[in-house]
Design a protein around this ligand. Structure first.
Ligand code: BDP
Length: 597
């Protein structure tokens, strides 16, 4: 799905701002046709933002079900004669879009865009009523999965098997945009190079038959290659590569022509780079790459998962300051603005679906009955279909980002049983069918090398390990022994690169202890030093992502103290002592392992 944009043939109108907002407490919004008239409400909610933390009413925060957002939109006169579309960058977790009360689009999956052609419902120059109903419910058939429980007090509660809080609403932008009748529908680029000659293979899909012309333009605005036809390969002399920490972006201008006249123009940023797994190395542009950085979250005070460009810039500034060259979109795809910014600033991304919590072994910790992870009431064929949809949509959306080097299928699923292989193998196969990047999954500590059956499916094995926190708590000497023994086992069994995608210790900013007591800043830094000492012994460990970049909001009912406190930064982005420890290690690594230097 192409991001909408404004070009010489396309118009774009952003609909961010305050929308009327109403919570459907009694489940009557559809029966009473709320979308067909002005919402009877005094509440307004900003878009983009999660709605949960905006209001003082706890019932809104805890609501399980539908909410309605509404505003009037005037279609710009300049849209006349064009195809008019509405686009929702995300609706968490299900969205239904109505134009003057008529449903025009519906989508399940809270972190992916969807759009609809509304040309037949609106008129350029005139107003229409845009309503978006959004549902926050997670079931055993959604990704991520969840379960609705009804308490003895008769109130519905949402449970789920991941710790981050289930923020909901319209957390990303909403747009209307126009495209010409004949337009560029999709484009896929694959890049490579041979010596100093770059290669950009492209494939363009148009809405109806059209001639295609492509032009590659460098950062100085100079045209460096042209091509015609819906598919082809451009060659770039003296190519400037997209490098981690030193991004270079060409612009690919794609034109659809009818009778020699330009009907549509679309612009795509292209970074020329290669990604390859060779033995136990992860290569970017044929050079071994060592991942330093974090698992992150889209999480801020008040806005929840609401995208905000100020926070985006500041978070990336902090990544740069601390010496991080990469991050993982734990545990769902992030806003497209984030992906574009990473392309522009040379930050490497492990791009993850929202398949988190497919693991009933955690039900004790998160509350809920202990069921089998895979079965009719839990992970079934419908859940699997949702996972495949999540993989398809993720790759469809993010395939052209040079920053993305690895697809992550799932986080911390139960993987030690044959049902897991049956469940996940089609997702690995699909990712490989759709794209050439390596594919990974994130292994949980309870599925070690002697047990996990999904590991053989992966090109890279990612491990979340909490030696010294959930195991050997406050005992770093034994933690080091056990961590090393475990990595020895994994690296002897599998000849692939390994990334430690989570390791971390909850830490109260300002907490101190001369004895390195857990929760103190001293313990967090000692824990990191211990872990790094272990990683450095293994050439096959090609990356370290600390859990987490910053403290974040968590699900009520699990034993966290006002959120998960494993951040190297606090929730308001101030450094803990750990951030300085990481900075001194990472700023000297320069994308390479110390042992590889
Ligand atoms: C891992 C999860 C992550 C949690 C983390 C933790 O992948 O989402 O936040 O542990 O416990 O299990 O802090």
């Amino acid at each position: 799905m192409l991001r909408p944009q404004s070009t010489s043939t396309r118009e774009l109108l952003n609909l961010d701002g305050l929308w009327d907002f109403k919570v459907d407490f009694n489940g009557e919004g559809f029966n009473q046709n709320w979308a067909s008239k002005a919402l009877d409400t005094k509440l307004q909610a900003p878009v983009p933002a999660s709605y949960n933390d905006l209001f003082t009413d706890t019932a809104i925060r805890n609501h399980v079900g539908w909410v309605f957002y509404q505003r009037t939109v005037r279609v710009p006169r300049g849209f006349a004669g064009e195809r008019i579309n509405v686009r929702v960058d995300s609706a968490t977790h299900e969205g239904i879009v109505f134009v003057d009360g008529t449903e025009v689009a519906r989508h399940v999956g809270g972190y992916m865009p969807f759009s609809a052609d509304i040309t037949d419902h609106v008129k350029a120059g005139e107003e229409f009523n845009l309503t978006i109903a959004v549902n926050n419910i997670l079931t055993n058939e959604t990704i991520p999965p969840g379960r609705i429980a009804v308490g003895d007090n008769g109130v519905k509660q949402q449970t789920y098997l991941h710790d981050f809080y289930n923020y909901a609403g319209l957390a990303r932008s909403i747009w209307i945009f126009s495209v010409p009748a004949v337009h560029v529908q999709d484009v896929t680029v694959k890049t490579g190079f041979d010596g100093s000659t770059g290669k950009v293979a492209y494939e363009v899909a148009t809405s109806t038959a059209a001639e295609v012309r492509v032009t590659l333009i460098d950062e100085d605005g100079k045209q460096v290659a042209t091509g015609t036809g819906a598919t082809g390969e451009l060659t770039v002399a003296n190519v400037k590569l997209w490098q981690p920490g030193a991004a270079y972006l060409y612009e690919l201008k794609i034109e659809a022509l009818v009778g020699g006249q330009v009907a549509d123009e679309y612009l795509l940023n292209v970074g020329v780079r290669t990604v390859e797994v060779r033995g136990n190395q992860f290569l970017i542009n044929n050079e071994p790459f060592y991942f330093t950085g974090f698992g992150m979250h889209e999480d801020h005070v008040v806005k929840g998962k609401g995208h905000d460009n100020s926070f985006l810039v500041n978070d990336f500034e902090l990544l740069k300051w601390v010496g991080a060259n990469s991050f993982r979109t734990s545990h769902y795809p992030y806003a497209e603005e984030v992906m574009d910014y990473a392309d522009r600033h040379g930050i490497v991304i492990i791009d993850e679906t929202a398949a988190v919590g497919l693991n009933q072994n955690f039900s004790g910790m998160f509350g809920g009955p202990k069921l089998p992870t895979f079965g009719p009431e839990t992970g079934n064929e419908k859940t699997q279909a949702s996972l495949l949809q999540a993989v398809r949509e993720l790759i469809q959306r993010d395939k052209n980002h040079p920053s993305v080097v690895l697809w992550s299928i799932t986080n911390e699923a139960e993987t030690g049983i044959q049902e897991a292989v049956d469940f996940f193998k089609p997702a690995f196969d699909l990712a490989r069918e759709l794209d050439s990047r390596p594919v990974t999954y994130i292994n949980v500590m309870t599925e070690p090398f002697g047990r996990c059956m999904v590991a053989p499916l992966a090109d890279v094995i990612c491990l979340n390990r909490y030696w010294g926190w959930y195991e050997d708590h406050s005992d770093l000497e034994n933690a080091a022994i056990h961590f090393e023994a475990e990595l020895k086992g994994w690296t002897e069994k599998y000849s692939v690169p390994f990334i430690i995608t989570e390791y971390g210790a909850d830490t109260l900013a300002g907490g101190h202890s001369i004895h390195n007591l857990p929760w103190s800043e001293e313990y967090q830094t000692a824990y990191l030093d211990m872990s790094h000492g272990v990683f450095d012994k293994f050439p096959a460990v090609v990356g370290e992502h600390v859990w987490n970049f910053a403290d974040f909001q968590t699900k009520p009912g699990i034993f966290r103290v006002l959120g998960n406190k494993k951040g190297a930064f606090t929730r308001d982005r101030q450094p803990k002592a750990a951030a300085h420890t990481l900075r001194s290690r990472w700023t000297t690594l320069n994308n390479r392992k110390p042992s590889a230097k």
